[in-house]
Design a protein around this ligand. Structure first.
Ligand code: HEM
Length: 393
């Protein structure tokens, strides 16, 4: 399935490259955070619905998701002191969550209406079919469909784009790592067709280490998704009672000096021995969680992430705007359900012209011109007398 969606990843990441290329012509800094979210959102939408939401719908969705993630993550007052849930009402947290939910509802209603009208093989069409045929043993209605869409979007958009943004931030702070990763990508991708880029990712071991290290220092789901203890057990001498809500602090685990040498340092080479993988075989590194509630989108997320970072490094040289020095980059984070940069990353992109010229003429335009060349010539010849006439020649 992940492989089947390769064309979606290819097209949307190329569209990201084009967007940055256009912005770079004005020498203006690009809001990398914003274009990355939009790219990840488009990929998830196309994968889930077989089409992208309109720009307006996408903006509405992103802003509602933003509010939801900010206030639903971590712990609310009522989580810590269940008998005092009324405090969340007084602080307005509950009202803000309902507002975000209503805003999301409007977007979901439009998506569902569109899929009702154009039934296909997309995820939502399949869910609608299940709802209409009553195929399940338990009740399954439109609200359930909305919950699944929300899961897909929030889990697939914010995570992937945030990791990419953190990785780029670290690369800007560590020029030697950036140079080494860029060298590798340009050597491997050089003179190869864009269609081959995704297959060539396997030949980029250093880039993969860079991404692993980015996710270690900046786990985007730092407390994982809250887990519920199903039976009383003993963990390290502590009794965890059945029904306890467990938050796993992967942020702290991933920089614990007992397991990580110089844990605060961005040093991708620490993964060179190949002993640490994403499968949670060592519980000191859990960027995708572990066990039955582990991230089901890890393979898809990684495929998107690696292609995005590889292409950003391949097609552009990057610098900081307004004379900012690498050690002045603000690395503050906002922790909600996910941990992302407090201030979106703005960078100046300089196209690597020789590489960009290889393909940036949009392939469809290129094919259109090549395949229709005789017709275009004929059309031009037919029009010349009229053009001359209208110009008074
Ligand atoms: C680099 C990108 C991603 C990262 C770092 C990531 C990370 C995570 C983490 C840490 C969890 C919590 C696991 C736990 O509590 O044990 C999670 C859950 C989840 N992820 Fe991802 N994720 C990524 C991409 C995706 C994508 C692309 C999708 C789907 C399109 C996705 C779908 C989900 C879902 C549905 C859950 C909830 C699973 C459950 O509660 O049973 N994720 N993710």
């Amino acid at each position: 399935m992940v492989r089947k969606l390769a064309p979606v990843r290819n097209n949307e990441t190329l569209s990201l490259v084009r967007k940055i290329h256009v912005a770079s012509k004005c020498k203006e800094p690009v809001n990398l955070g914003k274009v990355l979210v939009s790219c990840a959102n488009a990929i998830t939408a196309k994968a889930a619905f077989g089409q992208v939401c309109s720009g307006e719908l996408q903006d509405q969705f992103l802003s509602a998701m933003d509010v939801g993630l900010k206030i639903s993550g971590g712990m609310s007052f009522g989580d810590l002191f269940p008998s005092m849930r009324f405090v969340d009402v007084i602080t307005g947290a509950r009202r803000r969550l309902w507002q975000a939910r209503w805003q999301l509802d409007i977007v979901f209603d439009k998506i569902i209406a569109h899929c009702e009208a154009h039934r296909g093989d997309g995820l939502v069409s399949v869910l609608l079919r299940i709802r209409d045929n009553g195929e399940l043993e338990f009740p399954f209605d439109t609200t359930n469909i909305k919950a699944i869409i929300e899961d897909m979007f929030t889990a697939g958009t914010e995570t992937t784009s945030s990791v990419a943004e953190w990785v780029m931030s670290e690369l800007m702070k560590n020029a030697d790592v950036m140079a080494k990763a860029q060298d590798e990508v340009r050597r491997v991708f050089g003179n190869k067709s864009v269609q081959d880029h995704e297959n060539l990712l396997e030949e980029l071991p250093y880039l993969k280490m860079v991404i692993k290290e980015g996710m270690r220092l900046h786990p985007v789901v730092p407390l994982l998704v809250p887990h519920l203890c199903r039976e009383t057990c003993d963990i390290g001498g502590f009794e965890v009672v059945e029904g306890t809500r467990v938050m796993v602090n992967t942020w702290a685990m991933a920089r614990n000096p007992e397991h990580w040498h110089d844990g605060e340092k961005f040093w991708p080479e620490r993964f060179e021995d190949g002993k640490t993988d994403y499968k949670a075989s060592r519980f000191d590194y859990l960027p995708f969680g572990a066990g039955r509630r582990r991230c089901p989108g890890d393979t898809f997320g990684l495929a998107v992430l690696e292609l995005i970072v590889a292409r950003l490094l391949y097609y552009f040289d990057w610098s900081l705007p307004n004379g900012i020095q690498p050690d002045e980059i603000n690395m503050d984070a906002i922790v909600g359900a996910t941990m992302r940069r407090k201030y979106q990353l703005h960078l100046v992109a300089s196209p690597h012209t020789m590489i960009l010229n290889e393909y940036l003429i949009d392939q469809s335009v290129y094919l259109l011109l090549v395949l229709n060349f005789p017709q275009l010539c004929l059309c031009l010849v037919t029009c010349i007398p009229y053009l001359s006439h209208s110009n008074g020649l």
